[in-house]
Design a protein around this ligand. Structure first.
Ligand code: BG6
Length: 489
């Protein structure tokens, strides 16, 4: 990995927020530890209502909490903390931006990265204030955290507000799934291996399953989550990005726009979920009390601060269809939920069987080749193939066996870098290919808005016990097509 030589100022708006403390500062620490931060980098935390010394103390304590102990050593921590400084900063007050400008001007000729980790509704205001105080230049970059809006209209507004002050080439919209090693590996798997390249279409693939399951519930995030729900929080961004990377045509090269153009084509080809198919193609659920890993846990409506009449969904399963030549007739089953039995993100490609089967018909199910791409945990890829069972007395008895690559073992990695490490590095280096372009976000919202239309009039989400794989109806949706989710096999 090359290190950018240009010194850099990285400014975090919302420096004491959960994301900055739990993910962003630890990610920068890891980059610094690996020698990947440009020399003389300044990290400037802007936090409302907190004195600099208090912000620094909180950040140091959280760094020690969120970075694993074996990666913390006194000299590296001290060197990292020396790069950090904080300002008590009111995002709406012009005065603060004037002193920010003075601070920035102390070190001219360096790349400026403005990272907005606040509510998206104030992205426009912050951009205007930075502009009015003359803090922006042609080289600076702005990073926008999700969720960008709540619907197509609100996301359009946020994007338009920011676009008044930044060109699209300066805007880095985060979807942290794009920074995961295995997600990037999808591009290598598909386009560097002709074996898969030639099979990747409706002639050979029967269906695709994308599951992003979490064990955690909503806990302390009620205020945010209840306004969004699982469709806006996870499907509109992470699951649709995964679907795009699986379904897109080969880009002409690896530049940001070549990849994004192909992703946009997929989003435009998604079959709209109109009223007549919504009930058969979309299942939404909400967890009730149950057990996760043998521990009793409360239901969604019993979480602290819950609005007990909320009908926000914590689970969604969708049968999506990509209407183009490559994917005609190949459903993409998407599923994501909170309080499921395990933390698991995986894509499973189900290949079609041979047209004429010469083995024992009872063993036909074993002949399905499955390619499983595991994003987390235990990142890796496995291809399930049918083999003859070993032994003299077995005849032509078949058995499925995996060809497996575990990335940690294959590449002798002691730790898989967090997605934010990769993404921050790409921002510093000015590479946009792992970030989402405005039209991608807006096409994704268009599709989701249709699903959401009149959702609240359609009754409550279906209940499922915490610790289960979601409402029964999600099984019926899959089983009705003669298929099974991976855990049913
Ligand atoms: C975030 C969502 O974008 O992704 C959270 O807002 C979710 O609700 C998280 O828990 C999951 O990310 P990961 O990387 O742990 O799968």
């Amino acid at each position: 990995m090359s290190i950018s030589d240009t010194p850099c100022d990285i400014l975090f708006f919302g420096a004491l927020g959960d994301l900055t403390q739990r993910k962003l500062l630890p990610a920068l620490y890891q980059l610094d530890r690996a020698g990947l931060l440009p020399a003389d980098t300044r990290i400037i935390g802007l936090a409302r209502g907190s004195e600099p010394a208090a912000s620094a103390a909180t950040s140091e304590a959280n760094l020690r909490r969120f970075v694993s102990e074996q990666d913390l050593d006194t000299a590296t921590v001290a060197a990292f903390l020396a790069k950090l400084q904080f300002l008590n900063f009111d995002f709406g007050a012009a005065l603060g931006y004037a002193s920010l400008k003075t601070l920035l001007d102390e070190k001219p000729d360096r790349a400026r990265v403005f990272y907005y980790s606040t509510a998206a509704s104030i992205y426009g205001m912050i951009s205007k204030n930075l502009h009015d105080a003359d803090c922006l230049d042609k080289e600076c970059r702005v990073v926008l955290e999700k969720p960008i809006g709540h619907s197509l209209a609100s996301s359009h507004q946020v994007n338009a507000d920011v676009a008044e002050y930044f060109a699209e080439s300066q805007i880095y919209r985060i979807d942290h799934y794009l920074g995961k090693e295995t997600v990037q590996n999808l591009i290598a798997l598909r386009f560097a291996n002709n074996l898969f390249g030639t099979q990747w279409n409706q002639n050979h693939i029967s269906h695709v399953e994308i599951t992003v399951a979490e064990k955690v519930g909503i806990e302390g995030r009620w205020g945010y989550f209840d306004k969004y729900g699982q469709l806006r929080d996870m499907v509109q961004n992470h699951l649709l990005q995964l679907l795009c990377l699986v379904a897109m045509d080969p880009p002409s090269d690896l530049t940001a726009d070549a990849i994004r153009d192909e992703k946009v084509k997929v989003l435009r080809s998604l079959r709209p979920i109109t009223d007549d198919i919504r009930d058969s193609h979309v299942i939404r659920g909400q967890y009730c009390a149950g057990e996760v890993e043998g521990k009793a846990v409360p239901g969604y409506l019993e979480e602290p601060d819950a609005n007990t009449s909320s009908n926000t969904e914590s689970f969604v399963a969708i049968k999506a269809e990509v209407r183009n030549w490559r994917w005609a007739g190949v459903p993409f089953y998407l599923r994501t939920g909170k309080r499921l039995p395990e933390k698991l993100s995986q894509i499973t490609i189900h290949f079609k069987q041979q047209p004429h089967y010469i083995f024992d018909p009872e063993q036909r199910a074993l002949a399905e080749n499955l390619l499983t791409i595991k994003l987390q945990p235990d990142e890796g890829i496995s291809l399930h193939i049918a083999t003859k069972d070993q032994g003299l007395g077995k005849g032509m008895q078949l058995r499925q066996a995996p060809l497996q690559v575990s990335f940690a073992k294959a590449f002798d990695m002691d730790r898989v870098p967090d997605a934010y490490e990769r993404l921050l590095l790409e921002v510093i280096q000015g590479n946009q290919y792992l970030f989402v372009r405005r039209d991608e976000i807006e096409h994704a919202w268009t599709w989701c808005d249709q699903i959401l239309a009149n959702w609240s009039d359609k009754g409550d989400p279906l209940p499922y016990a915490a610790g289960s794989w979601g409402p029964e109806a999600s099984y019926s949706m899959m089983n009705g097509d003669g298929r099974k989710w991976h855990e049913q096999k």
